[in-house]
Design a protein around this ligand. Sequence first.
Ligand code: CO
Length: 168
Amino acid sequence: MSKRAVRKLEDPVLRKKAKNVEKIDPLLLHTMEDMLETMYESIGVGLAGPQIGISKRTVVIDIGEGPVKLINPKIISKEGSQIGLEGCLSIPGIYGDVDRAEKVTLKAQNEKGEIIKIEAEGFMARVIQHELDHLDGVLFIDKATNIRKAEEIEETESQDSEQPKSVI
Ligand code: CO
């Protein structure tokens, strides 16, 4: 595995709609391993293909419960809402409050190409929604309110939050 450069805000690849993965081959699987390594090295909890310049519908996530790799993920239902703090590896040092669904159900393919169904809630649901937005060229700052720098986040806010200052 090797770490790749994370694309930043002004990079046009972040605004492109990523293409469906048609073929799950060794190159794709290798790329997804690199995505995981890049995410861990960057101290993030999620990363989407476009963030390393690969405009394909691929996402990796690890919120501390082990790695999850998603190919062609699609949310099939959403429920409730939650407002919470988000950051992004492609927009370093900037945070904002984003309104997301509290629960999501999604379908995706795993590394073998099998269809998997995942139900998630709370922070995991937030990360999934953030990453899937990346696949459509949407960034959290498009949806966030109260956008602010890391140093402007109040102590009390961090203590209250389940995952303070998490970079997705
Ligand atoms: Co992000």
